[in-house]
Write a protein that binds this ligand. Structure first.
Ligand code: AFP
Length: 355
């Protein structure tokens, strides 16, 4: 029994010792998010046993909600409703921001996707929650949607949970990435994965290949190279993965390295991508960068993108740094009018970062 290991609570106390500027109010807020995640973990593990209690509709994303999407969203709202540190919250499941009544002087904002990958629930596949914490504008007392439109580099904390064979919480406070496993018997998150680093050497990539006809040339080219394996320009065999649950994909990348792509495509050009900038791309990009990886749209570093709308979507290419850089260099070359061909010297071993 690992009695000597840090819990999330002792980790947050230690963080205050290690980093004097660390705000104890932020620690309190993270503890409330932890509680919400435990409630959601419990509901997810009960599956159909709790599902009939929720009424669903089509959400702001135009997607049919699952009962557990609604239950998880309610659990975050109810847990955070008395969080004085919070001015307000926005959720992937709600059209408008939700002001916290007791948080009129709250210095923080919470952004969350209560149940990512919920289309997998019927299959009993790993799903999770994603969250991001931003600073509220100084002196703001009335919550406004534009308060949340901050670039990802402004996040003060980000994390996600996994509701899988074990329940995990992965957290960054902007100083590395740490993984905690829920000891269900005592109801405590234990630090099991300190200082997570994305392995650089990788032979895996993840993309929904059914969208291939809608991809841009650089992505098609990258995937084709990987598929050619040993006999292609990369000279090694790759494995392809697709769980359709971003939390599970990003966790795999933290453990085994690799590339995750939901790139720009022509399927519905009005959307500008599949994944949500505030609820998915920004928190995951902070985690990936803090673990030594990279996260780009293909043309821009995601954390530097200034959001223009709460539910904005964006292309995402994240994972092991050298693979992201390779694919970004292909976008760059393509935009410069260079030929995308395996015969071209561009595809030997070049990147715009290390030419
Ligand atoms: P849901 O939460 O609606 O299941 O969406 C999950 C997600 O945003 C992300 O977690 C997956 O990577 C992606 O969508 C899966 O998309 P596909 O439907 O194209 O597989």
């Amino acid at each position: 029994m690992p009695y000597h290991r840090a819990t999330l609570s002792t980790f947050l106390i230690d963080e205050r010792r290690r980093t004097p500027s660390f705000d104890p109010e932020l620690a309190g807020l993270i503890k409330d998010v932890e509680v919400a995640c435990k409630y959601i973990a419990s509901a997810v593990s009960r599956g159909r046993l709790v599902e009939e209690k929720a009424s669903t509709k089509v959400n702001i994303q135009g997607e049919e909600q699952k009962p557990l999407d609604v239950i998880a969203n309610e659990m975050v709202l109810q847990t955070c409703d008395s969080t004085e540190q919070l001015l307000g919250v926005v959720s992937e499941e709600m059209e408008n921001p939700y002001p916290i009544q007791r948080g009129r002087n709250g210095r923080y904002l919470l952004v969350y996707d209560p149940l990512d990958g919920s289309s997998n629930l019927d299959l009993n596949v790993t799903v999770g929650s994603i969250f991001s914490v931003l600073r509220a504008p100084e002196g703001a007392q009335e919550l406004k949607p534009e308060h949340f439109l901050q670039p990802g580099i402004s996040q003060v904390a980000a994390g996600f949970t996994l509701y899988g064979p074990s329940v995990m919480l992965v957290l960054t406070l902007g100083r590395g990435v740490h993984g905690f496993t829920l000891d269900r018997e005592v109801g405590t998150f234990i630090l099991t994965h300190p200082d997570m680093r994305i392995p650089e050497e990788t032979r895996e990539f993840a993309i929904n290949a059914s969208n291939e006809r809608f991809w841009e040339a650089p992505v098609r080219h990258y995937v084709e190279e990987c598929k050619q394996g040993k006999s292609g320009p990369r000279g090694v065999d790759f494995n392809m993965r697709w769980i359709a649950s971003m939390v599970a994909e990003v966790y795999r990348i933290l453990i085994r390295g690799g590339l995750f792509m939901y790139p720009r495509d022509t399927k519905d050009p009005s959307k500008g991508g599949r994944l949500r900038l505030l609820y998915e791309a920004n928190p995951m990009s902070l985690i990936v960068e803090q673990a030594g990886g990279a996260s780009w749209t293909g043309r821009e570093r995601i954390l530097e993108v200034k959001p223009t709308a709460l539910h904005q979507r964006i292309p995402v290419i994240l994972g092991s740094r050298s693979e992201v850089e390779r694919l970004v260099s292909y976008h760059h070359a393509y935009d410069q009018g260079e030929e995308l061909s395996f015969k071209s010297p561009l595809f030997a071993n070049r990147s715009i970062f290390h030419s």
